[in-house]
Design a protein around this ligand. Structure first.
Ligand code: UT7
Length: 367
C-alpha cells in the first residue's frame, strides 16, 4: 500500500489589510476588545478582481513548484471552500482549467472550517487505495464577500486567503498517518449562510433580510469548539498509534486565540507547540490551517520526522483532525516549472472553447 506524503505547499493572501481600528470606524467596537476576545489584530481582504479561484490558483502554483510536479501529472483536485465562486460549476474546475491540470478530476468540498482536514484525508485515502498518485488539495475563501460589515458579532472575525498542499504517493513510510472526521447537524443553526441556496433562492426579500450574510451564535460555536478540538486530536493520535507526548506541532484552525489556548490546556501541551497566526489573518475558515502550516514550514519549524496534528472545527457542525509524519518534497533531479503551464492552460482553454463553439454551429445545422 502506498503512503500519502505532503510534498508541496503554497499560500496566497490578498495584500489589502483591514485593521481592528479600521473596523472600529464601521461598527461599535475597539481594537482592545477584538484583541482581548479573539487575538485578532488584522485580516486580509480580497481586491475586487480577486476571487476564490484567483487565490486558489496562486497557492496551487506555489505548491506545485515546491513539489516539483507538473499540473499535467495531477490526478485529483479538491477545493475546500464555504465561499465557492458559484453554486456550480465547482471552483475546483476553474482551478483545473487555469493551471492546466489536463487529466485531473476536480470537485469542491464543503465542510466549512474543517474542510481542509476532510479534503486532505479524502486525497490521502485515494492515494492509499492505489487509485491515484498525485493530488492537489486547496482551501480557499473570500469570506469578506459574505460579511455583514454592520454586524459586530461577525465582521471582526473573518478574512480572505488560500492555502494548498500537493499530496503524493510514495513507498517511503510516513506522511498522512490517520484522520478523524465528525459532524453534528443538530448544531447547524449555530453558523449559517442561508441565502442563495435551493431553500432560499436569491430574491429581493432574501437580500433585504440579510440572508446572504454569515450569521453566527458566537458563544455556541465557542463552546462546541473548545469541546471538540482536544477530543479530535486525541482520537486521531490514537488511530496513528501515538499519544500527545509524541506531538511536535499542532496546526489548529485559526478562529480565536482563546479557543486554541483552551485546547492546549485540555491536551496538556505547551502553547509553543501550536502554530498561531490568527493575529495577522483573522479566521480564514478552511484556508486557515494550510496558511498557518505554510508559514511554519517556511520559518523552518517543521523538521523531517516531526509528528504534526492538523485540527479544525466549523459550521455544519463539523470537526476533524489529521496526523502526519513530516517528510517534505520527494527528492528528484528533474525541474518542472508549473507557472509556465499557465500560458499553455490559457491557450488550451481558448482552443477548447472555440472548438465547442464550432461544434455547436455544425450540430445546429445537422438538427
Ligand atoms: O470558524 C468558526 C467560526 N466561529 C468561531 O470560531 C467563533 C467562536 N466564538 C467566538 O470567537 C466568540 O464567541 C466571539 C469572539 C464571537 C465573541 O466573544 P464572546 O466573549 O463570546 O463575547 P459575547 O458574544 O459574549 O459578548 C460579550 C459582550 C456583549 O455585551 P454585553 O451583553 O455583555 O453587554 C456583546 O454585546 O461584548 C459585546 N460585543 C462586542 N463589544 C465590542 C460583541 N461583539 C462585540 C464587538 N465589540 N465586536
Amino acid at each position: 500500500m502506498p503512503y500519502a506524503h505532503i510534498t508541496g505547499w503554497g499560500i496566497s493572501v490578498p495584500e489589502p489589510v483591514l485593521t481592528n481600528d479600521d473596523i472600529a470606524k464601521m461598527v461599535e467596537t475597539s481594537d482592545e476588545w477584538i484583541r482581548d476576545r479573539t487575538g485578532i489584530r488584522e485580516r486580509r481582504i480580497a481586491r475586487e478582481d480577486q476571487f476564490t479561484s484567483t487565490l486558489a490558483v496562486e497557492a496551487s502554483i506555489k505548491a506545485l513548484e515546491v513539489a516539483n510536479l507538473a499540473p499535467t501529472e495531477l490526478d485529483l483536485i479538491i477545493v475546500s471552500s464555504s465561499t465557492p465562486e458559484y453554486i456550480f460549476p465547482a471552483t475546483a474546475c476553474i482551478v483545473q482549467d487555469q493551471i492546466g491540470a489536463t487529466k485531473a478530476g476536480a470537485f469542491d468540498l464543503l465542510a466549512a472550517c474543517s474542510g481542509f482536514v476532510f479534503a486532505a484525508n479524502m486525497a490521502a485515502q485515494s492515494i492509499r487505495s492505489g487509485s491515484i498518485k498525485n493530488a492537489l488539495v486547496i482551501g480557499s475563501e473570500t469570506l469578506s464577500r459574505f460579511t455583514n460589515w454592520k454586524d459586530r458579532n461577525t465582521c471582526i472575525l473573518f478574512g480572505d486567503g488560500a492555502g494548498a498542499f500537493v499530496i503524493q504517493a510514495s513507498d517511503q513510510p510516513g506522511g498522512i498517518l490517520s484522520a478523524v472526521m465528525r459532524s453534528d447537524g443538530s448544531g447547524a443553526d449555530s453558523l449559517t449562510l442561508l441565502g442563495g441556496g435551493a431553500r432560499h433562492p436569491a430574491t429581493e426579500a432574501t437580500v433585504h433580510e440579510g440572508k446572504h450574510y454569515i450569521q453566527m451564535d458566537g458563544k455556541a460555536v465557542f463552546r462546541f469548539a473548545t469541546r471538540v478540538m482536544g477530543s479530535a486530536t486525541k482520537e486521531a493520535l490514537e488511530l496513528a498509534g501515538l499519544t500527545t507526548t509524541d506531538v511536535d506541532w499542532v496546526i489548529p484552525h485559526q478562529a480565536n486565540y482563546r479557543i486554541i489556548e483552551t485546547a492546549a490546556k485540555y491536551l496538556k501541551l505547551p502553547l509553543e507547540k501550536f502554530v498561531i497566526n490568527v493575529d495577522r489573518y483573522g479566521n480564514t475558515s478552511t484556508a486557515s490551517i494550510p496558511i498557518a502550516a505554510v508559514e511554519a514550514i517556511e520559518k523552518g519549524n517543521l523538521k523531517s520526522g516531526d509528528k504534526v496534528v492538523f485540527v479544525g472545527f466549523g459550521a455544519g457542525l463539523t470537526w476533524g483532525a489529521l496526523v502526519a509524519e513530516w517528510t517534505g518534497p520527494i527528492p528528484t533531479k528533474r525541474h518542472v516549472y508549473p507557472k509556465q503551464y499557465r500560458l499553455f492552460a490559457r491557450l488550451r482553454s481558448l482552443v477548447r472553447r472555440a472548438l465547442r463553439f464550432i461544434e455547436g454551429l455544425f450540430s445546429r445545422r445537422e438538427l
